[in-house]
Design a protein around this ligand. Sequence first.
Ligand code: PLP
Length: 413
Amino acid sequence: MMETVSRDLFDRVMVPNYSPMGTVPVHGSGSRIWDQNGKEYIDLSGGIAVNALGHCHAVLVQALVEQAQKLWHVSNIYTNEPALRLASELTQRTFADRVFFANSGAEANEAAFKLARRFGINTGGDAKYEIIAANKSFHGRSLFTVSVAGQRKYSEGFGPAIGGIRHVTFNDEVELEAAVSNATCAVVLEPILGESGVLPATLSYLQRARELCDKYGALLIFDEVQTGMGRLGSLFAYEHYGVVPDVMTIAKAIGGGFPLAAMLATDDAARHLSVGTHGSTFGGNPLACAVGEAALHYISQPDVLQGVTSRHTYLVSSLCELGKRHGLFEGVRGIGLLLGCVLTEPWKGRARELVEMFLSHGVMVLQAGPDVIRLAPSLVIEQGEIDEGLARLEAAAMLLSHVQRSTSENVEI
Ligand code: PLP
């Protein structure tokens, strides 16, 4: 007989690579989630920027159910209608001419990096394979993507990392200029460092990267896995900045919670992944692409994108005030609905602790490194849900500042 499904079971049957919270969510609607005990949470984390339309949005559910009754899978020996429609729409709405579908951000980046290597070697010879990436970036957990990201905590202990990758300080134009050369096949950047503290790129940094790629015949790759699909108030971050890449990777919100990712590329770049050079069994799966099509249509609506900007303004001013009242945040940064609340000195290094505390008060948030609380709520989160979430953060913050005060008073005694 099946034993009771609870958080404890995780420790016995799952590979211990995660350390999930004690609560097990079972049901979601809009920006509310309920756990096994019926406790309700306001979700300001959006499944780490995935649930762009909240939980179980009717439009996505309908697309999934309709496709589920038609065709689930055919393999890439054939193509399928939802994949072709979605690819066509993505090319119409972006700089890109071509699309490769995958199932996760790491896979989309893997495809982009392999494409960059092929591009470099085909256009500049065997020595043109170097990829320039930013320190503290994050591009996924495959060996190639952890090697490109260059954060030792993700790549250590797996034997030799993939070579031919050079790391530079994010937003440092001088370092970037010194690194790019004729040996460079690609510069890869997140427009906002998402996992490492919600740090937006400066416009001049991205512009400089574009110029250097043009000068040395390298591809500019934007990893928009976290920033894409409306999160910044434009459909993609590159539009917000007005700097156009040659290759862009997207994942997370494109499936609204259904696994789907894509690499988008210009014709000139894409032709280097010729027949047989790359592939995926599930990439371009009809179920995923049908949901992706519905998500793209919905998110592209002008009122949805404008709503991101108005929610940003309201949330940033409310969070700044809350942070100031309780000595918790020294500032709030980010664009659109990818926000980072930077912890004050006494709370630095304690982001995980705070995330747990907020959860116990019925609100889900994320951390972005040890010093930043990250919010990536649904793009269509309702005003009532925002206010309820803020009220719960306020209640938790009151308790935290009280604890902090009594601790420091005790120390003085
Ligand atoms: N790239 C960025 C910028 C991300 O934020 C993430 C995930 O957080 C990834 C890539 C990896 O995506 P996935 O976990 O779907 O492989």
